[in-house]
Design a protein. Structure first.
Length: 191
């Protein structure tokens, strides 16, 4: 197991503070206090609060974009692909709850990489829609507006960061299976 670096610890702590207070309300002094170090020491590891936000949001967005591309390019049917997308969200959110809060709540504060983030998000959603449209074309998925299907699924998946921390004995695999049962079964044309 790789030991986290001081920079990793700073980013984790910042993500927690961003979730608790919101990005705009957190200062570098707040972060230093939470870390138990002097504010000047932070700058030995990180250039700015904005850099932290970019690292958090872009890394999660790239993880989702790469993950959905792998899922899309697999030989699985559309229903299985959607279940895998749900599992991707559950895994990522379970492992990075605070970071997911920043992705959902603070992306609009990105400077310099906002266009890159929006491109990643748009590509992710376009791939998600391709999976749904292919499922409709192959008669796996009911002929319902694909954007409504995606919106419904993503609304649930994007809010997992609020719900997961309240569940102490959560099994990510059980959660992914239960969410697939609820979110995918309703659109499965064969049921």
């Amino acid at each position: 197991m790789i030991q986290p670096t001081r920079k990793d610890e700073i980013i984790k702590t910042a993500a927690r503070l961003f979730k608790e207070k919101g990005y705009s309300a957190v200062t570098m002094r707040d972060l230093a206090t939470a870390m138990g170090i002097k504010a000047a020491s932070l700058y030995n590891h990180i250039n700015s609060k904005q850099e932290i936000l970019k690292i958090i949001i872009i890394s999660i967005a790239e993880e989702f974009t790469k993950g959905i591309e792998v899922i899309y390019n697999s030989d699985n049917n559309s229903i299985d692909k959607l279940s895998q997308v749900i599992a991707l969200h559950v895994k990522t959110t379970t492992n990075s709850t605070n970071e997911m809060a920043s992705l959902n709540n603070d992306w609009m504060h990105l400077e310099g990489q906002l266009d890159h983030y929006l491109t990643l998000r748009n590509n992710y959603e376009a791939t998600f829609l391709k999976i749904i449209n292919e499922g409709i074309s192959s008669s796996e998925i009911k002929p319902v507006n694909p954007e409504i299907i995606m919106f419904t699924m993503l609304s649930t998946l994007r809010s997992l960061f609020l719900w997961i921390p309240k569940k102490e004995e959560l099994n990510p695999n059980d959660l992914a299976n239960s969410l697939s049962e609820v979110l995918v079964k309703g659109i499965n044309k064969k049921l």
